[in-house]
Design a protein around this ligand. Structure first.
Ligand SMILES: Nc1nc2c(ncn2[C@@H]2O[C@H](COP(=O)(O)OP(=O)(O)OP(=O)(O)O)[C@@H](O)[C@H]2O)c(=O)[nH]1
Ligand SMILES: [Mg+2]
Length: 243
């Protein structure tokens, strides 16, 4: 019997907490992340022979450091390295919701896409091709209604496949313009030299190219390495080289 950690990510109002409450029941507690004002909830559930620690992240539209919530969700996924990141999407506005899913997949392939509010989508006559989404994104997809308690077992099976490593993800990799790809390629070796192979170097390089100071700050805090600040100059050159 193993214990795995599952982080619940998603846009605001997609039913993360409804699912979280359904799975964890009373086995949950809330708290503050160190140094952050963002409130988080943690709980536990079991499925088959495994125990899962569930972490309900704040709802965010992106992981681009636009707010304390986005920074908290981003930092959790990168630095706490959950065994599974569950991306909860609203089935009635998939196009907007998939944006966050793509960002998560740029960070980690250890993800499951949970298409929630399937009851509402059905009511509106929206038909969702889960197989096609799963094939395209390269990670498992499950449709549920957290409120109606529909599809939960199948979702947990998919979480288990990713947690145990039974499923090998091939997460969709977004290609950017030649200029940006060149900048990323130049930065990756430098990023890897500093953060090692543990963290998602491509994604970090991409954010650094975008001048994401908050990520630099978080890297410095989590790595405890002063010389990360030095990357700012390196990044400066990277950006220049790419123009
Ligand atoms: N019809 C329907 N409504 C749902 C479902 N799941 C959640 N809801 C409703 O959607 C609303 C938002 O649910 P929450 O669980 O609070 O959403 P959340 O993602 O935690 O929201 P934030 O914490 O603000 O990010 C609530 O009114 C829920 O009852 C579902 O499967 N079907
Ligand atoms: Mg919530």
């Amino acid at each position: 019997m193993n214990q795995y950690t599952v982080a619940f990510a998603g846009n605001p109002n997609t039913g993360k907490s409804t699912l979280f409450n359904l799975l964890t029941g009373l086995r949950q507690h809330t708290g503050n992340w160190a140094g952050k004002t963002v409130i988080t909830a943690e709980g536990e559930f079991t499925h088959n022979k495994h125990t899962y620690r569930a972490v309900d992240l704040p709802g965010t539209y992106s992981l681009y450091s636009n707010s304390a919530d986005e920074e908290a969700a981003r930092d959790y996924i990168i630095f706490e390295e959950p065994d599974v990141t569950l991306v909860v999407l609203d089935a009635t506005s998939l196009e907007r919701n998939l944006n966050l899913a793509l960002q998560v997949l740029e960070i980690t392939g250890r993800a499951v896409i949970c298409v929630n509010l399937i009851d509402e989508a059905r009511r509106l006559g929206i038909d969702i091709n889960l197989k096609a989404i799963s094939k395209r994104l390269g990670v498992p997809v499950a449709a549920i209604s957290a409120r109606g308690k529909i599809g939960i077992e199948a979702l947990l099976d998919q979480i288990e496949r990713v947690a145990t490593g039974a499923f090998t993800a091939q997460p969709l990799r977004i290609s950017y313009s030649d200029e940006i790809e060149q900048g990323i390629a130049e930065l990756i070796p430098m990023v890897e030299q500093i953060v090692g192979s543990r963290y998602p170097a491509r994604w970090i390089a991409l954010r650094l190219l975008d001048g994401d100071d908050s990520l630099l700050h978080s890297l410095k805090t989590h790595m405890g390495r002063k010389n990360i600040i030095g990357t700012k100059e390196v990044v400066g050159h990277g950006v220049t080289a790419c123009h």
